[in-house]
Write a protein that binds this ligand. Structure first.
Ligand SMILES: NC(=O)c1ccc[n+]([C@@H]2O[C@H](COP(=O)([O-])OP(=O)(O)OC[C@H]3O[C@@H](n4cnc5c(N)ncnc54)[C@H](OP(=O)(O)O)[C@@H]3O)[C@@H](O)[C@H]2O)c1
Length: 325
């Protein structure tokens, strides 16, 4: 097998394409021939040592992938060789093969494309946990999604629509806003060119959004929080913009509003049953055509540097895939 190996925490340029012995799965493990791996923002952070999860060196990055089971270790019963599966393991996906704990492997139902499977659980799991569980979103409420054309953003937009909410999709370019309207957004806001507070006031008849989904952070957070509705819920999802915002707490008091943290990885570990139920609901919505991963470019696995550069420069729309022949 071959894989991109992270031997030092010096970013994507330090990754090395290495030939490695093809491992046999031990008890409780599965070996997967990787067909497609998607890029998630944490994949950028992890090879720089900036992600909260710091695997021991050397490791193969690639948090989410899909492929065909090649071999299973003792005690593994829910998948068998030849089955199409998706895996969320935090690492391991950017190669030709991966060894993964069986509990991280999800069989793909009939009709679920491998390319969609590689770009599904991380973003839709996060956005479902955020909107449905943490924010208790109700039909008819208004959700503002920041970074709405990105990975978790496109998933949040689709989930909010599936839940019967009105969606204001916010992004940095008109092209991204157009994509969001094609995906069903009721309104859009270009935060590079439009006044955030005035636009939100106009789009919500002065009331403000009930729920804000924020994977971007930085300077946008304060004006957006000032615009939130009475009893609003502000979902802290990530800081792709780089800056961790600090808010004056009186803003929360004045709006009776909540700042709500979202940490999907720990939710999966701490509440596995609730997480499985959420994934089942999402698989049902996928089968009904209510949600579908938005696929950006599909690059060969060898082009990992181009893939990382595309994400770091905010060009990815939806999910970028690295694929093996
Ligand atoms: N809390 C959790 O459990 C959880 C789970 C998954 C991901 N996350 C976090 O969610 C965030 C988004 O992840 P993702 O995989 O959806 O990433 P993504 O596809 O790259 O989307 C991030 C969006 O952030 C915006 N952005 C603003 N400034 C940026 C910058 N300097 N560099 C890159 N993007 C920038 C971009 O939209 P515009 O150009 O439109 O501004 C981009 O589309 C990350 O911070 C990630 O760590 C959190």
């Amino acid at each position: 097998m071959h894989a991109w190996l992270c031997e030092i925490l010096d970013g994507v340029n330090a990754l090395q394409w290495r030939e490695l012995p093809t491992p046999e799965p031990k008890a409780g493990e599965v070996r997967i021939a990787v067909k497609a791996a998607s890029l998630n923002f944490p994949d950028l952070l992890i090879v720089e040592g900036k992600y909260q999860f710091k695997p021991p060196l050397p490791f193969v990055p690639g948090s989410e992938y899909a492929g065909i089971v090649e071999a299973v270790g003792e005690g593994v019963t829910h998948v068998k060789p030849g089955m199409p599966v998706a895996a969320i393991a935090g690492t391991g996906g950017f190669g030709t093969h991966a060894i993964v704990e069986a509990s991280r492997v999800l069989p793909l139902p009939p009709g679920f494309a491998l390319t969609d499977g590689a770009a599904f659980a991380f973003t839709y799991g996060t956005s479902h946990h955020a909107l449905i569980d943490r924010a208790q979103l109700k039909a008819g409420e208004t959700v503002l999604v920041l970074g709405a054309a990105g990975g978790v953003g496109t998933a949040a937009l689709q989930i909010a629509k599936a839940a019967g909410a009105k969606v204001i999709a916010a992004a940095s370019t008109d092209e991204k806003c157009t994509l969001c309207r094609q995906l069903g957004a009721d309104a859009t806001l270009n935060y590079s060119t439009q006044d955030v507070r005035e636009t939100l006031k106009a789009l919500t008849a002065g009331k403000g959004p009930d729920v804000v989904y924020d994977p971007v952070g930085g300077a946008l957070a304060e004006p957006v929080f000032r615009s939130i509705a009475w009893r609003g819920r502000y979902l802290v999802v990530g800081f792709a913009g780089g800056g961790i915002p600090a808010l004056p707490w009186n803003l929360a008091l004045l709006k009776g509003a909540s700042v709500v943290g979202v940490f999907w990885g720990d939710f999966v570990k701490r509440e596995p049953q609730a997480s499985s139920q959420a994934l089942m609901q999402l698989a049902g919505w996928y089968a009904e055509g209510k949600i579908k991963p938005v696929l950006d470019q599909q690059l060969p696995m060898s082009e990992i540097r181009a893939a990382y550069a595309r994400m770091a420069s905010r060009q990815v729309k939806g999910k970028l895939l690295l694929v093996n022949p």
